[in-house]
Write a protein that binds this ligand. Structure first.
Ligand SMILES: Cc1ncc(C[n+]2csc(CCOP(=O)(O)OP(=O)(O)O)c2C)c(N)n1
Length: 356
C-alpha cells in the first residue's frame, strides 16, 4: 500500500526472521528456545496438514464449503500460543491454527464445516466463541466479552481475529472506538492476507496501513510480519499484557492467502499466478524450518517423523468425523437459546414428533 496521511508515520513492521529464515533482529531470549520453536513449528505443520485434509474432504463431497488457512498458519498459531487459557478467542473463519492450539478438536472443526451445530459446542475452551461467518460481527461481540472481564475485575483479554476486508465494516470501527473509550481488555488481530475474496487491499482502503485505523480510536496500532511466527507470538504477548491492563490494541499481521478464498472460489480468475508464486517464497512454515535447520535443532528425520505423526492424527480425526451419527434435526433449536421462547418450543416439539 502507498499513500501519505498528513505527516503520519505508520508503525514499522516487526520481524525477527527474513523470508529465508535468517535472523534480522535478535530474537527475544524466551522465544529463542528449541522446545518453544519446535512447538510452534509442529502446530503450523499440523494446521497445514489438517487444512489439506479438509479441502480434500470437501472436494470428495464429505464436507461443506471450507475456508483454507494455507499460508496464514503463523498468524493463527502465533496468536493462539501467546494467549492464556483464561483469555477468550473470537475467531473468524480461517483461524484453525489458534483454535487447535487452544484445544478445539479437529473433529469439532470438521463438524462445523459440515453444518453440524455440535461442532461449535467445544469440549475444550468452553468460553471461546464459535467461528464468525458474518464478516466483522465478532468485533462487537469482543467488546461485550472484554466489558464483562472489566466489570468482573478479571485479568483476562478478548482476542478478536478479523480479515483486512472486515476492517472496512462499521462494526470494526465501532468496536475499536468503544474499546478505546472504555479502556477494555481486547486485542484485535487483523489478518491482512491482502485479499477479501477478489478485492485486493489497494481497493479496500486508501489508508497506507490498517494498523493506523487504531489511531482514530485512540488506541495502539502495531504491525507485524505475519509470516514470522516468532514475531507474531512476541508482539501478541506484549499486546495481551497491555490489554489486560486496560490498553486495547490493534495488530495488523501482514501475510498472504495462498489458497482460494474458500472451496467455492477459484482465485485464478482474479489473481496472477506470478504473484502467488512469489508469495510462496515467503511462506511461514518453510521460513521457520530454515531457521530451525540452521540452528541444528531440526533434521530431515525429524521432519519425516513429524509428517507421519500429523498425517496419522489428521486421518484419525477425519475417520472419527465421518463415523459420527447425523445430528438430530432438533439441533437447529437446541444450540440457539439457553431457554427456548414458547413459539419456538412449539416448533421444536412438532419437529421432534416428525423426525424423532
Ligand atoms: C456481513 C457479511 N457480508 C458479506 C459476506 C460475504 N463474505 C464472506 S468472506 C468475505 C470477504 C472477507 O474478507 P476478509 O475480511 O479480508 O477476510 P479473508 O477472507 O481475507 O480472511 C465476504 C465479503 C459475509 N460473510 N458477511
Amino acid at each position: 500500500m502507498t499513500g501519505d496521511c498528513q505527516g503520519y508515520s505508520p508503525p514499522p513492521v516487526i520481524a525477527y526472521l527474513d523470508k529465508a529464515g535468517a535472523v534480522l533482529d535478535s530474537i527475544p531470549a524466551e522465544l529463542d528456545d528449541r522446545d518453544v520453536l519446535i512447538g510452534l513449528y509442529r502446530a503450523m505443520v499440523l494446521t497445514r496438514t489438517f487444512d489439506q485434509k479438509a479441502v480434500s474432504l470437501q472436494r470428495t463431497g464429505r464436507l461443506g464449503t471450507y475456508a483454507s488457512s494455507l499460508g496464514q498458519e503463523a498468524v493463527s498459531v502465533g496468536l493462539g500460543a501467546a494467549m492464556q487459557a483464561s483469555d477468550v478467542l473470537l475467531p473468524a473463519f480461517r483461524d484453525h491454527g489458534a483454535m487447535l492450539w487452544r484445544g478445539v478438536t479437529m473433529v469439532e472443526i470438521l463438524q462445523y464445516w459440515s453444518g453440524d451445530e455440535r461442532g461449535s459446542d467445544f469440549k475444550g475452551p468452553r468460553e471461546d466463541f464459535p467461528v464468525a461467518i458474518p464478516v466483522a460481527s465478532q468485533t462487537t461481540h469482543a467488546v461485550g466479552v472484554a466489558m464483562a472481564f472489566q466489570l468482573r475485575g478479571e485479568a483476562r483479554a478478548a482476542v478478536c481475529v478479523l480479515g483486512d476486508g472486515a476492517t472496512s465494516k462499521g462494526d470494526f470501527y465501532e468496536a475499536i472506538n468503544a474499546c478505546g473509550v472504555w479502556k477494555l481488555p481486547a486485542v484485535f488481530v487483523i489478518n491482512n492476507n491482502q485479499w477479501a475474496i477478489s478485492e485486493p487491499v489497494s481497493m479496500q482502503t486508501a489508508a497506507p496501513t490498517l494498523a493506523q485505523k487504531a489511531v482514530a480510536a485512540g488506541i495502539d496500532g502495531i504491525r507485524v510480519d505475519g509470516n514470522d511466527v516468532i514475531a507474531v507470538r512476541h508482539v501478541m504477548e506484549r499486546a495481551l499484557e497491555q490489554a489486560r491492563q486496560g490498553r486495547p490494541q490493534v495488530i495488523e499481521a501482514l501475510t498472504y492467502r495462498l489458497g482460494d478464498h474458500t472451496t467455492a472460489d477459484d482465485a485464478r480468475r482474479y489473481r496472477d499466478d506470478a504473484e502467488v508464486s512469489t508469495r510462496w517464497q515467503e511462506e511461514p512454515v518453510l521460513r521457520l524450518r530454515h531457521y530451525l535447520v540452521g540452528r541444528q535443532w531440526w533434521a530431515k528425520t525429524d521432519e519425516e517423523a513429524l509428517i507421519r505423526e500429523v498425517r496419522a492424527q489428521v486421518d484419525e480425526a477425519a475417520e472419527a468425523y465421518l463415523a459420527l451419527p447425523p445430528q438430530p434435526a432438533t439441533d437447529m433449536f437446541d444450540y440457539l437459546y439457553a431457554a427456548l421462547p414458547p413459539s419456538l418450543a412449539g416448533q421444536r416439539a412438532l419437529l421432534e414428533d416428525a423426525h424423532g
